[in-house]
Design a protein around this ligand. Sequence first.
Ligand SMILES: CC(C)(COP(=O)(O)OP(=O)(O)OC[C@H]1O[C@@H](n2cnc3c(N)ncnc32)[C@H](O)[C@@H]1OP(=O)(O)O)[C@@H](O)C(=O)NCCC(=O)NCCS
Length: 181
Amino acid sequence: MIVKHPELIDALQISKLANDLKLNNINGANTGFLIYPLDENGYKTRINSSFFYITKDNSKINGFLMAYDSNTLNNYLQNKLLSHEDGIMDFLITQTENYVFGDQIGIDPKAKRNNIGTLMMTELTKDMKFKNISTMYVAILHKPVKNLTSIAFCSKKGFKEICEVTNKDNTTWGIYKLNIN
Ligand SMILES: CC(C)(COP(=O)(O)OP(=O)(O)OC[C@H]1O[C@@H](n2cnc3c(N)ncnc32)[C@H](O)[C@@H]1OP(=O)(O)O)[C@@H](O)C(=O)NCCC(=O)NCCS
């Protein structure tokens, strides 16, 4: 079941799920991972202002997708809510068209490969079409470890790699772009 009403989304559960998926908590990279998970407040701040979707198994959140349109992203930057991703942001702020940046997606390892990520992406692209936004960017870690799971997932959705950028923390990221018809 997909939920997108902000008042029904529990930021603490999302923070726990995201932190469980942090690279340092996962031995080996073959299952996918997050690099910059947020705390409860970080997610709370974003739930109201972004494209935010969760999936639930009974009352337990087992997946989330968090994305922002370009105006919201600029707001976050002005308010210093995106602190580590400078190389990625330098790329995004030079884009002139209206776009959505897919910041984080995370699925409970027990629920992976069950189409949950796909369902949330489908919902997001529907909402983008409704708002007349046809471009989406994501950044996927390339170094020190390549997030091959995320690359496989995004490639299946039609994303194409367009360049690589490096953040101040020395991580290197592929920027991937999707055009929605
Ligand atoms: C990447 C991720 C979101 C995929 O979610 P998911 O719900 O398991 O993906 P889906 O079941 O919708 O898979 C759709 C397609 O993506 C590809 N895919 C997904 N996981 C894959 C894997 N581990 N290996 C290879 N291809 C994979 C497949 O083509 C799959 O289609 P198929 O199952 O019919 O072959 C999930 O693995 C995850 O949360 N990873 C940890 C966090 C992360 O890395 N997030 C991205 C960085 S922000």
